[in-house]
Design a protein around this ligand. Structure first.
Ligand code: NAP
Length: 263
């Protein structure tokens, strides 16, 4: 049952995992929703969210790795004020950098970095003009760690973690808040899709996506600058902050190197 009308929330990467759970929490808390993902599964996700709440839920299939895809989101918003933008869509890519294809590498950067920046650039202008809005960016504690065997992904999250704090500072007096959600390893389709099921990281215990989403949502509503989900991840982030980057990279290689001996 919705509590009160909170306005429109746009949630990207809402077809599964953390984004789906973020969208569910938004709906439960009374946000009208525009949910976006690249594949047709976004329709089923929207149906499932609709069945548990009484707020309008609009689904959009758009490839956020492209400017055209981001423009489709802006078109679907249709000039409505966006109360909350949850820029969550992202993808990983396991294996050694030189054994990945350029196309796959480019897709990670285009989705996680370029598409996220472009969407925020398009949507936050109006928030600033109105003097209100909330932005949640899904970064990661991976952004603190040079990610050998997941190098481009970790670097993309370092970019987002950094960008989020910088944008927040620029918008300090504007009425627009920027929050960075930094999860640790979370139980979603992420590792399978990144072809990392045969890594220590892929096989390790993980956090529950619904709990991570609730933590991120609450931080966004409180206007906090960042939140690391879970006390173990807070500890990992603290250790990463005082450990030399070369040591972190070697440790990460042990966690993310494929176990099956594939090239
Ligand atoms: N799982 C973890 O351990 C973990 C930890 C820290 C941070 N994160 C971050 O959390 C976010 C969500 O990941 P997740 O773990 O929930 O994984 P997930 O279940 O694979 O969800 C990823 C979502 O992003 C969407 N997406 C990917 N590429 C897209 C594109 N080009 N255009 C539009 N949508 C796209 C996917 O939709 P389609 O299937 O339609 O492409 C899906 O809805 C990501 O930013 C990820 O980096 C995850």
């Amino acid at each position: 049952m919705a509590r009160k009308q909170q306005g429109l929330a746009v949630v990207t990467g809402a077809s599964s995992g953390i984004g789906y759970e973020l969208a569910r929490v938004c709906a439960q808390e009374g946000f009208e929703l525009l949910v976006v993902a690249d594949e047709p599964q976004i329709e089923a996700a929207a149906d499932s969210i609709r069945s548990g709440c009484d707020v309008p839920v609009q689904a959009l299939q758009a490839d956020l790795a492209t400017e055209a895809g981001v423009e489709r989101v802006v078109e679907a918003i249709g000039g409505r004020p966006v109360a909350a933008l949850l820029a969550n869509a992202g993808r990983g890519l396991g294996d050694a950098f030189l054994d990945q294809t350029w196309h796959e590498i480019r897709r990670v950067v285009d989705t996680n970095v370029t598409g996220t920046l472009y969407l925020i650039h398009r949507v936050a202008q109006d928030m600033r003009a109105r003097g209100s809005g909330r932005i949640l960016i899904t970064g990661s504690i991976a952004g603190f760690i040079p990610g050998a065997y997941h190098a481009v992904y970790n670097a993309s999250k370092a970019f987002l973690d950094s960008f989020s704090f910088a944008l927040r500072a620029e918008l300090k007096e504007s009425g627009v808040t920027v929050t960075c959600l930094m999860p640790g390893a979370t139980e979603t389709d992420f590792f399978e899709r990144a072809d990392m099921a045969d890594t220590r990281l892929g096989q390790a215990g993980k956090d529950d996506a619904a709990g991570v989403a609730r933590t991120g949502f609450d931080a966004m509503m409180a206007g906090d600058g960042d939140v690391v989900s879970g006390w173990m991840n807070k500890l990992r982030a603290a250790i990463a902050n005082v450990t030399p980057a070369a040591v972190l990279a070697r440790m990460h290689a042990g966690q993310a190197r494929p176990q099956s001996g594939r090239k």
